[in-house]
Design a protein around this ligand. Structure first.
Ligand SMILES: Nc1nc2c(ncn2[C@@H]2O[C@H](COP(=O)(O)OP(=O)(O)O)[C@@H](O)[C@H]2O)c(=O)[nH]1
Ligand SMILES: [Mg+2]
Length: 487
């Protein structure tokens, strides 16, 4: 380059030392100018020559910059002493070299002194380069550590997120379980919604609601009318009205609100009979014989009970004791499969007692916790049905002394007061230990529970509020009264 420069500059000064100095100075000035232009071009990163290239690209360096990787936290470590020293050394050497070059510029080109300085400058530049490289190596190492640290933090964050997600999942599942449990109340309340909005409770609440009023003969007459037309049965209605009159007479009642509280407490007392909802207690196996008229919901209720017992980890055997209808066995087949319970069935029109006997024997053999026996709901005459059921009961006791441990009457709540009469009939013939009241969801006659408990003194253990497995709920007296009075 110097040669080219020398050629480019007019050579009139050749020979005189002053001319030589001017030539050198001009050359150096031109060189500096060129370097400045070159640097500017480089710093533009080719933006002007490559219009399609991204103008914001960072300048190329030999050290990988700490790029922000999505999901990886940016980590910045301080320079190590070695890195800082190397970089400072490089800068110092560069400045020294710069100084030497300036010094040299004032000397005669090719002179011993100038050559010595040139050699010194070269040496300083080399040292600056080496220090620069050393600094860059240190920086590269630091960037690597930053990346590794970022990755470690990202992995830690990921692990934390996974733990949090698992925890959130567990929490959501627990909430779901709690919701399903809580829905028991909601479902009973929902099952009683018609009774509350259309049935006797709507009228009873109407009587007690509104502005505070004194109890007079008119209020008592209205109460009597509401209760007698409710599905709670005449006997229960009479006793509730009598109770109200007694309290008024003895001046214990002075407002409609107080009367409502008395009625509520009395209803709660009536329905608070201790029923067995453990699906255990006898045997093993605990044997439940299920009775009820056709269409009451026996098979459905057995399916739901079997599913509940299985969910509690119990081993369940079902007996297809309704041998008078082929469809009944098929229906129970579906339920037993769904619940994962074994089904013992006889041939069509075979003796129901023998099917129940076989099922109990099978239950003993396989170590079952629970045997639930379905029975027929209708024979040719009612008398025959009751005799048949008595026989099933006797035979069950032969298969396992003490069985059946429960006789569960399945009663369709839509039958209203007729259900009370039906329940009495079954109770007199076979002696029922508890009642499952089905189809509460479809009726306004939920008050029938009160009449059944009051007249038969048999507890309602289960209520059916829909056709799904979860729609069979344990009957809770408190919940029942709350659903009627508080909603
Ligand atoms: N909505 C409603 N339907 C029910 C309930 N329990 C049973 N059922 C329905 O009542 C009908 C008769 O039931 P089923 O079990 O065959 O009565 P079974 O003849 O006594 O065995 C079926 O359509 C059931 O789905 C309940 O709690 N709610
Ligand atoms: Mg059936």
């Amino acid at each position: 380059m110097m040669l080219v420069l020398a050629d480019a500059v007019p050579v009139q000064t050749e020979g005189s030392p002053v001319g030589t100095a001017i030539t050198v100075l001009l050359g150096v000035g031109f060189l500096v100018l060129m370097l400045l232009v070159l640097r500017k071009m480089l710093s533009k990163s080719g933006g002007s020559t490559l219009p399609t290239a991204k103008p914001t690209l960072p300048p190329q360096t030999t050290v990988e910059p700490t790029l922000e990787v999505p999901g990886r936290p940016k980590v910045e470590l301080p320079q190590s002493e070695a890195e800082a020293k190397a970089k400072a050394d490089a800068e110092a050497r560069r400045l020294e070299a710069e100084k030497v070059r300036a010094e040299r510029a004032g000397l005669e080109k090719g002179s011993v002194e100038a050559e010595a300085l040139r050699a010194k400058e070269e040496e300083l530049k080399k040292e600056a380069y080496r220090a620069q490289k050393q600094g860059e190596a240190e920086e590269k190492e630091r960037r690597k550590r930053e990346r590794e640290e970022g990755e470690r933090l990202a992995a830690e964050e990921k692990r934390r997120a996974e733990v949090a997600a698992a925890e959130a999942k567990r929490h959501a599942e627990a909430m779901q379980r709690a919701k399903v449990d809580a829905e028991g109340g909601a479902t009973l309340a929902a099952g009683l919604s018609k009774t509350r909005s259309e049935g006797f409770m709507a009228r009873l609440n109407g009587l007690f609601g509104g502005a505070p009023k004194q109890i007079d003969e008119k209020v008592l007459a209205d109460l009597e009318e509401v209760l007698f037309t409710a599905d709670i049965g005449v006997k229960t209605a009479s006793s509730l009205v009598e109770l109200a009159r007694d309290k008024v007479k003895s001046k214990e009642l002075d407002s409609a609100a107080a009367l409502k509280t008395i009625i509520r407490k009395e209803i709660e007392r009536i329905v608070s009979l201790k029923g067995n909802t453990t699906l255990a207690g006898g045997g093993p196996p605990h044997v439940i014989m299920v009775v009820g008229v056709n269409g009451a919901g026996k098979t459905t209720t057995i399916g739901k009970l079997a599913a509940k017992a299985k969910a509690e980890g119990k081993k369940v055997v079902l007996a297809a004791g309704d041998t008078f209808r082929a469809a009944a066995t098929e229906q129970l087949d579906v339920w037993s499969e769904r619940a994962g319970a074994e089904l013992v069935k006889g041939k069509d029109e075979s003796d129901p007692a023998s099917v129940v006997f076989e099922a109990i024997k099978r239950g003993i053999e396989v170590g079952a916790d629970l045997v639930i026996a379905d029975t027929a709901g209708r024979l040719h005459t009612k008398l025959n049905l009751m005799e048949e059921l008595k026989k099933v009961k006797r035979v069950a006791d032969k298969a396992l002394a003490g069985a059946p441990h429960e006789v569960l009457l399945v009663l369709d709540s839509t039958m209203g007061q007729n259900g009370i009469a039906q329940a009495k009939q079954f109770h007199e013939s076979v002696g029922i230990s508890s009642i499952a009241l089905t189809k509460l969801d479809g009726t306004a006659k939920g008050g029938v529970i009160i009449g059944i408990c009051d007249e038969l003194k048999v507890p309602v253990s289960w209520v059916g509020v829909g056709e799904k497995v979860s729609d069979l709920r344990k009957f809770e007296p408190k919940e029942f009264v709350e659903a009627l009075f508080d909603s």
